[in-house]
Design a binder for this molecule. Sequence first.
Ligand code: DO4
Ligand code: MG
Length: 271
Amino acid sequence: MQHQTKSFKINEEWDKLVNRDNLYEYLYKLTVDSTILVTIEADKLLKEYLLPPIGTQEVWAAGVTYLKSRDARMEESVDTGAADCYSRVYEAERPELFFKSLSHRVAGHNGYVHIRRDSVWNVPEPELTLYINSSGSIQGYSIGNDMSSRSIEGENPLYLPQAKVYNNSASIGPCLYVPEEPINSETKIHIAIHRNGEKMFDDFTAISRMKRSLSELVEFLFRELDFEHGCYLMTGTCVVPPNNFTLQKGDIVNITIDLIGTLTNFVSAKD
Ligand code: DO4
Ligand code: MG
């Protein structure tokens, strides 16, 4: 755990550690009794592959929460006549929420995300990701990458689970950010994609552009679901690469969110 300029070694099981009300206060108090790691040791740990900050939590995702996402989906499905369902969900009271992953399919910082071998149009989706405790209260924030096949979803929206859920289709990290106050709505999300050392795409937006509030998404998710140790919720993509762009193996995706950090992933595919 890091607090201000210090790093601490915490010997607690993840699910128990994070699933509590007032997580910030709990962690703050822990800093008093915990072992401080010397800078060299902490830096070494942080430079290596970091495990994603997840235990047994399910990862859910919201969709079409930004105009950018609605428009991109309408464009990719224009030939199939399904474009209307995206404009309707964007305006509807009920948001789109879908199951994304369990921890064994989630990559961490500096880990590999996959593109499907049967998909010709693939993109990363940079998303503010909430950690919500079992009582339905947002206790922390992370960076999520909701890897997606635009060709498969564009063919038919009923293929959404195949476009969204496959090995290494989700990434979360580099940390769980637990602030004292809720995240500021002017917080920016930035994505850059590099190929062979060259920048292929780079864009950013603020989370204030989201059509829905975070609490509204959480309220719908928790209506008929219990999460024993809390859950993660990716809150939808705000940035979409141009329609002629598709990811390739070897690409590097960097997603940065103010105050949280940068999540780096290498693009690969199933062996
Ligand atoms: O409607 C399909 C998925 C949308 C999504 O993942 C997003 O908007 O981020
Ligand atoms: Mg998404």
